[in-house]
Design a protein around this ligand. Structure first.
Ligand code: SF4
Length: 359
């Protein structure tokens, strides 16, 4: 099957040719994977450029921690680097004094990072690259010829060198780390594929280190209102033979006290985890084949203008798909206007500090 040119939309939402590299259109793993999971979702996201206006809180938190770790490894020569990173975290939550949600996330991000810096004050690896963007050929597995239309692009969190070889470093925040979570890491096709491309670029990657940071569920104590205190005091007094109670009103927990409680929590061994996964040659070869097949299916869908809805994917990852209201409305343009912005795709490749192409 021949590949054909892939139209994207520009910032104005008008159809235009895809961003190119050496005359080829750039695909990210995220776009390919979206198409594989639900072709209709691909259309919403990458052809119509729809992006939900509300960013899920969990994503916002993950991206702050991700940037904080990036800064941490970029500033190894800075003797005050912990303060540099904590200052960066403070700047991400400018409304924390008046916004309870921001305050809760700020407290968690600060404590998590301070705990991380303490746990990994010395590392068993040296940093080779931080946030490295790359591009690589997508090849026909039968002929080994590169696609004439597409080139794959991505960005890795880090590349590190240990005594036994070179690894990709991938950061993750998680609500719990159990056997299921660790098993799922094996199915992380994106990272295996990135490893394949980085090998082609001269990095002899032998495996992946998943750098997992656990999210504490501790909550800052809000204290009692006057009415709650009075009700509790009366209840205790009624149980007391003297008819009196020495109960004191519980006051809101200060940020300092809450940080101290979180610090204790993050001093526990299970708060951070490093999982090492080695890459097999068979798996990497299979991935190449899969990627090629998906690009061919994509081209077919594009040529025929058929973007199927995969409704079995609407509630994956224990949450509704971001486009559920739009699909449920039968693609009502008013729903699109109210709930989504038009945003150029592939923002995961943007990086103000790098020369990565921005699409
Ligand atoms: S709501 Fe379901 S059908 Fe619609 S784009 Fe999302 S996954 Fe696909």
């Amino acid at each position: 099957m021949n590949d054909v040119a892939h139209p994207f939309s520009n910032n104005n939402g008008d159809a235009c040719d895809a961003p190119t590299l050496a005359g080829k259109s750039i695909l990210t793993f995220s776009a390919l994977n979206t198409f594989r999971n639900c072709p209709r979702k691909y259309k919403h996201r990458y052809l119509d450029n729809l992006r939900p206006r509300e960013k899920p809180e969990s994503l916002a938190f993950g991206s702050v921690i991700h940037s904080a770790i990036e800064l941490w490894y970029r500033s190894t020569a800075d003797s005050n680097r912990l303060w540099t990173v904590l200052d960066f975290i403070d700047q991400q939550f400018p409304l924390r004094a008046s916004d309870d949600a921001q305050k809760a996330t700020w407290n968690l991000a600060r404590a998590m990072f301070a705990g991380y810096a303490d746990r990994y004050a010395t590392e068993d690896f040296e940093i080779v690259e931080v946030e490295l963007p790359f591009t690589g050929e997508i090849r026909n597995p039968d002929t080994n010829r590169p696609s004439q239309t597409f080139v794959m692009a991505g960005k890795v969190d880090g590349i590190v060198k240990r005594s036994d070889g070179m690894y990709l470093l991938e950061h993750k925040t998680a609500s719990s780390i159990d056997a299921n979570y660790l098993d799922k890491l094996w199915t992380d096709t994106q990272i295996a594929l990135y490893s394949f491309h980085l090998r082609q670029l001269g990095f002899p990657i032998i495996g992946v280190i998943y750098n997992v940071l656990l999210k504490s569920r501790l909550q800052q104590k809000t204290g009692e209102t006057e009415a709650e205190y009075e009700a509790r005091r009366l209840e205790l007094a009624a149980k007391n033979k003297s008819g009196r109670s020495t109960a004191k009103r519980q006051m809101p927990e200060s940020d300092e006290d809450f940080q101290a409680r979180l610090a204790q929590w993050y001093a526990r061994p299970e708060a951070f985890h490093r999982e090492h996964i080695y890459l097999s040659e068979d798996r990497l070869a299979m991935l190449q084949e899969e990627v090629w097949e998906i690009t061919q299916q994509y081209l077919d869908a594009r040529r025929r203008g058929k973007w199927l809805l995969n409704t079995s994917n609407c509630f994956s990852y224990q949450r509704p798909c971001e486009f559920l209201p739009y699909c449920q409305s039968g693609f009502n343009p008013n729903v699109a206007d109210n709930l989504y912005d038009i945003t150029p795709p592939h923002e995961e490749l943007t990086n103000a500090d790098s020369d990565a192409p921005i699409f």
